[in-house]
Design a protein around this ligand. Structure first.
Ligand SMILES: Cc1cc2nc3c(=O)[nH]c(=O)nc-3n(C[C@H](O)[C@H](O)[C@H](O)COP(=O)(O)OP(=O)(O)OC[C@H]3O[C@@H](n4cnc5c(N)ncnc54)[C@H](O)[C@@H]3O)c2cc1C
Length: 467
């Protein structure tokens, strides 16, 4: 069903808050949250008791929260999230969302994340600008293929701000903190999360949104391995006033490409700024980075030393950076299925272990969430009073898998092929120019239309027969 052309339920003309009052007004809020049409409202038989589908989500990061927001639009679904952290806050790093992710955010109704206070969009409207490490000249630019609205242009956020914007759409009593998932299991009858504190939670459907080192994925695909991409990232976010006086500081976000290192810097929403240095590091035989602990504090002099011979703008940026933290980068092979025992699936980095390459992970997670909503809505309907059968859940999750897995598999193949590919260049200036000349066009990723892909899948596969 095309949700954009459906007649939306309009509270002012059809059912005003004054007319409803009391509990009815609460129902009205629920209708608005769920974005129902008037037909959905009548068909649901408001007030009728129903046994709801209980979806349990491991992890309350960007993928977990957006999956919760997406599924809460369906009135027959109850969602609960289980997060290992004792308080909800994101690490001090930036995140970019490309047009695909921003469009999904909009369709999910998270409009508060799109405004220019929370998200930074460069004044030029050019999403990717590459500069020479020594001369600071622009050596390459990438443009949008088909982005007509400013709010869909690539945006850079402090991760905490994006996370907070999503949290506004998930009631806090649905998120259980200090719940570290140790393992998960599923059968034809239900799903269970087992926590490190010895407790457990049961549900009808399980969504593993517990990041690249997912315990949910480990439970269903125990042999899946992550390997280092050979890169580490030194990331920092801080108040933009610290760089305000740097001469010639570009107004747009910029990637500086160097012989063996790259450097990224950008304004973020709410007056923040980010610097990110990334470079190759030795990888041991077991495929891991020696001494590279995730999110550990690193001596900021390591960053300054790395970039000391670069152009004056980058040098001034690293000198102004007050602290830095280290993130070794990992990736893993594509999975052969995202559906386990008809009732469990994965979203975000747990599903596609791409390690943040092409700054695509946040947007992919949002597209995953929206695809999950489309699949459930298509198979189970916009409203119902009967709890779905196992076979219906299986069909929904397979539809989601078919919409998302081939797309992310294409990305993973590019990333895995690239590991170690650019390390042994002796003529680095020539190597740098070659890298720029050979940069693949990635708009298939950054402007991916998840809804169109979904429509293609349902046209190809008739649910219930082939799926
Ligand atoms: C430093 C950094 C910078 C990045 N920069 C970009 C960028 O610029 N652009 C971009 O698109 N992507 C970027 N990414 C990737 C992007 O953030 C992710 O792809 C995206 O946020 C989706 O993540 P996720 O929710 O699947 O996983 P995560 O963000 O890792 O969230 C997983 C959540 O699950 C919780 N969790 C983990 N294990 C357990 C457990 N056992 N039990 C319970 N809870 C658990 C975690 O605490 C966390 O809250 C970056 C990632 C990092 C870490």
């Amino acid at each position: 069903m095309n949700t954009t052309t459906r007649r939306r339920y309009r509270p002012k003309s059809l059912l005003s808050r004054e007319l409803c009052g009391g509990p009815q007004a609460d129902k009205l809020d629920e209708l608005l949250i769920r974005n129902w049409s008037y037909k959905d409202y009548r068909n649901a038989g408001m007030g009728m008791s129903q046994e709801k589908l209980r979806v349990i989500i491991a992890g309350a990061g960007i993928a977990g929260l957006s999956a919760a927001i997406a599924l809460r639009r369906l009135p027959y679904i109850d969602v609960e999230l289980f997060e290992q952290a004792t308080e909800l806050r994101e690490i001090g790093a930036s995140i970019a969302l490309s047009p695909n992710g921003l469009r999904s955010l909009e369709k999910l109704g998270v409009l508060n994340a799109l405004d220019d206070d929370t998200a930074f969009r460069g004044p030029s409207g050019v999403p990717m600008i590459y500069r020479h490490w020594k001369t600071n000249e622009v050596i390459h630019q990438e443009y949008f293929a088909d982005v007509r609205l400013r709010r869909h242009e690539t945006a850079r956020f402090h991760r905490g701000h994006l996370h907070a914007a999503l949290l506004e759409h998930v009631p806090s009593d649905l998120i259980h903190l200090d719940k570290m998932v140790a393992s998960a299991d599923a059968s034809q009858h239900g799903v269970t999360l087992h926590f490190a504190d010895g407790t457990s939670a049961k549900g009808d459907v399980l969504i593993g949104a517990d990041g690249i080192h997912s315990k949910v994925r480990k439970s269903f695909v125990p042999n899946h391995q992550l390997v280092s991409t050979g890169k580490v990232f030194l990331r920092s976010t801080f108040d933009a006033s610290l760089v305000a006086d740097i001469p010639n500081l570009p107004l747009d976000s910029a990637h500086w490409l160097g012989p063996n290192e790259n450097f990224f810097a950008s304004r973020l929403g709410k007056g923040q700024y980010t610097t990110v240095g990334n470079f190759d590091v030795p990888v041991s035989a077991d495929g891991r980075v020696k001494d590279g602990q995730w999110n550990a504090e690193e001596n900021v002099d390591v960053l300054r030393e790395r970039y000391k011979d670069w152009n004056p703008v980058v040098k001034a940026l690293v000198d102004a950076t007050p602290y830095t933290r280290i993130y070794p980068n990992y990736a893993g092979k594509p999975l052969s299925t995202w559906v386990f025992e008809s009732r469990a699936t994965l979203v975000g980095d747990a599903a596609h272990t791409h390690g943040g390459a092409f700054a695509a992970g946040g947007s992919l997670a949002l597209d995953d969430a929206y695809a999950l909503f489309l699949a459930f809505q298509h198979v189970l309907g916009s409203s119902r009073t009967q709890k779905p059968e196992t076979e219906e859940l299986n069909t929904s999750l397979k539809l989601y898998d078919e919409t998302r897995r081939p797309h992310t598999e294409k990305l993973l193949e590019i990333i895995l092929k690239g590991i170690g590919a650019q390390t042994t260049n002796t003529d680095w200036e020539e190597g740098l120019l070659k890298r720029v000349r050979n940069k693949p066009n990635m708009t298939w990723l950054s402007e991916h239309d998840v809804e169109r892909t979904f429509q293609g899948v349902i046209q190809k596969d008739s649910p219930g027969s082939k799926l």
